[in-house]
Design a protein around this ligand. Structure first.
Ligand code: NI
Length: 269
C-alpha cells in the first residue's frame, strides 16, 4: 500500500466513526481553505506483538523513517514520530505505546487477555493499523475500571487500532492562519476545545503550537448495552521556523501530554 492509500483508508474509518471530524473538514473547505494534514497519531500497548515497531511497519514500507522519541512520565507512555524521506508534504506519523508493566495487575491481565484474542495472521498484517478492536465486544465495567488508572488504556481497550486523530496544518491555511483564528472558528461552529493546559499548547518560541477539540461523545456497543463515550478528536498545529530557517518538524512532549487528554470522559453539554 502506498502512503496515499494508507491515509485515505485511515481517514475513511476515522471520519465515519466520528462525524464531527468530517464536519470540521467540510467547514474549512467551505470557507475556502485547503486542508493539509500535519500528522496522524496511533495509540497502542508496548506488548512486543503490537508495539510501536509493529504499527510502524506499513509506514516504513511506504517510505517513512524514524525521526524522534518522546517520554511521558506521568501518563507512562513512550512515543516515536516518523517522517517521509522524500515527500515533505506527507503527514508525519506519531505512535505512542502504554508501558503496561507500570500499571496494576488488573490492567496488565486485561491487556494481555485482549491481545491474546488477536488472530495470529493479523499481527503480521499491514491491515492491523485499520483493524480497530480485535478483542471482541468490550465490557463497560472494564472500560470504566481501566480509565480510572489510565484514560489512554480505557480508550485503547474500546477502539483498538485506528487513527486517534488527524491534524489540520494551520501553516497550510490561507485565512484562518493563526491558532486563535482556528479556535474561534471552531467554537463559533459549536465545537468544544480541549482546554487542559490552555486552549493553545506550546508557543512560537517552542516552534510548535497545537490545539484540539474534545473528542465527540459517540455511542459504543458494550456487553452491558450502548453507552456514549469519547471517540476520536481533530487536532490543529502551527509550526515555526528555527534559527536556521527550517520549519520545526518534531513534537513537544509537554504539549502532547495535554493533547492526549482530548479523549478524557466529560459530561456532555
Ligand atoms: Ni497530535
Amino acid at each position: 500500500m502506498n502512503k496515499e492509500q494508507i491515509f485515505e483508508k485511515l481517514w475513511q474509518i476515522y471520519a465515519t466513526q466520528n462525524p464531527s471530524v468530517q464536519r470540521i473538514h467540510d467547514l474549512f473547505v467551505a470557507s475556502g481553505e485547503v486542508v493539509y494534514n500535519d500528522h496522524i497519531a496511533f495509540r497502542t500497548f508496548n506488548d512486543p506483538r503490537i508495539n510501536i515497531e509493529v504499527l510502524a511497519k506499513p509506514f516504513l514500507k511506504a517510505g517513512y523513517v524514524e525521526r524522534g522519541e518522546y517520554v511521558f512520565e506521568e501518563k507512562k507512555l513512550f512515543a516515536k514520530h516518523y517522517e517521509h524521506t522524500t515527500d515533505p508534504l506527507a503527514p508525519r506519523v506519531f505512535i505512542s505505546e502504554l508501558k503496561v508493566e507500570e500499571f496494576s495487575d488488573f490492567l496488565q491481565t486485561t491487556v494481555k487477555a485482549a491481545i491474546d484474542q488477536i488472530p495470529e495472521d493479523m499481527l503480521t498484517s499491514d491491515e492491523l493499523i485499520f483493524s480497530g478492536n480485535l478483542w471482541g465486544t468490550p465490557s463497560f465495567e472494564t472500560y470504566e475500571t481501566l480509565r480510572q488508572e489510565s484514560e489512554y488504556a480505557g480508550w485503547l481497550y474500546v477502539y483498538g487500532f485506528c487513527a486517534n486523530h488527524f491534524t489540520v496544518s494551520v501553516n497550510g491555511l490561507k485565512n484562518l492562519n493563526s491558532m486563535e483564528k482556528v479556535n474561534s472558528f471552531l467554537k463559533k461552529n459549536g465545537f468544544q476545545m480541549n482546554d487542559s493546559g490552555g486552549e493553545i499548547k506550546g508557543t512560537p518560541a517552542e516552534l510548535l503550537e497545537q490545539s484540539s477539540i474534545k473528542s465527540e461523545m459517540i455511542p459504543v456497543d458494550f456487553e452491558e448495552g450502548s453507552f456514549e463515550i469519547p471517540g476520536c478528536y481533530y487536532e490543529f498545529a502551527r509550526r515555526y521556523a528555527d534559527s536556521d530557517g527550517q520549519l520545526y518538524s518534531g513534537f513537544i512532549a509537554k504539549s502532547a501530554d495535554k493533547i492526549f487528554e482530548s479523549t478524557n470522559f466529560y459530561a456532555k453539554q
